[in-house]
Design a binder for this molecule. Structure first.
Ligand SMILES: [Zn+2]
Length: 205
């Protein structure tokens, strides 16, 4: 959504990792084994793949968005170094907040398009799981790692290694939080308000 509203190129750690897995490379297979058990991919791999993505951008001096990266302090420090070396100071760290119950509901109701990778939620984007992808008509699938057991492990890891990032960015005045348990269009408009200039200028120091 940020990409379509503002024209910023964006990618997510999930998308980067999935591309690597689908390439069938040895690294991709190793990643699949880890993430299907609910573990996060190792920092060095995530950092290297994020850097590759950044290097491949047409105009890397312009704004861009990383979704789900960094997830650890190591990754955040590596990102700082990467951005420093390119004289692109980080302008905003956006924290999307969701209650435990809502996370569980969304994970169990999530279906992913087998063609375009659109992520649809039953009850929000589609009425039943028999419906096709609302974007392209492709077949929607339930991902094997969208299970409660995997979710439990992810939440535990999140608490231990990702949550400390909130104070890491808050101390530098870069953190903004949005409660995304409200309907999607409302949450999107709040996110747009935070990103849209002149708000962006607040972070542009
Ligand atoms: Zn689709």
């Amino acid at each position: 959504m940020i990409e379509s509203t503002f024209g910023f190129p964006s990618t997510s750690t999930g998308a980067i990792l999935r591309r690597e897995k689908e390439s069938g490379s040895e690294l991709g297979l190793r990643l699949h084994e880890l993430t299907s058990k609910g573990q996060f991919a190792p920092d060095d791999i995530v950092i290297a793949l994020a850097l590759n993505w950044l290097d491949a951008l047409a105009s890397p001096g312009d704004a861009f968005v990383f979704d789900g990266f960094p997830r650890t302090l190591n990754q955040a420090e590596a990102l700082d170094k990467i951005l420093e070396s390119r004289r692109l100071p980080l302008q905003l760290a956006l924290h999307l907040e969701l209650s435990r119950d809502e996370i569980e509901r969304r994970v169990t109701n999530r279906r992913v398009c087998s063609v375009c990778r659109y992520s649809a939620n039953i009850g929000w984007d589609i009425r039943s799981e028999d419906e096709p992808c609302p974007k392209c008509g492709g077949k929607l699938e339930h991902r094997a790692d969208d299970s409660l057991a995997v979710l439990e492990r992810r939440l535990e890891i999140y608490k231990n290694i990702t949550e400390p990032l909130l104070s890491f960015y808050d101390k530098r005045g870069l953190l903004a939080s949005v409660d995304v348990s409200i309907p999607k269009p409302k949450a999107m408009s709040q996110i747009a308000d935070i990103i849209r200039p002149p708000h962006l200028a607040m972070f542009d120091r």
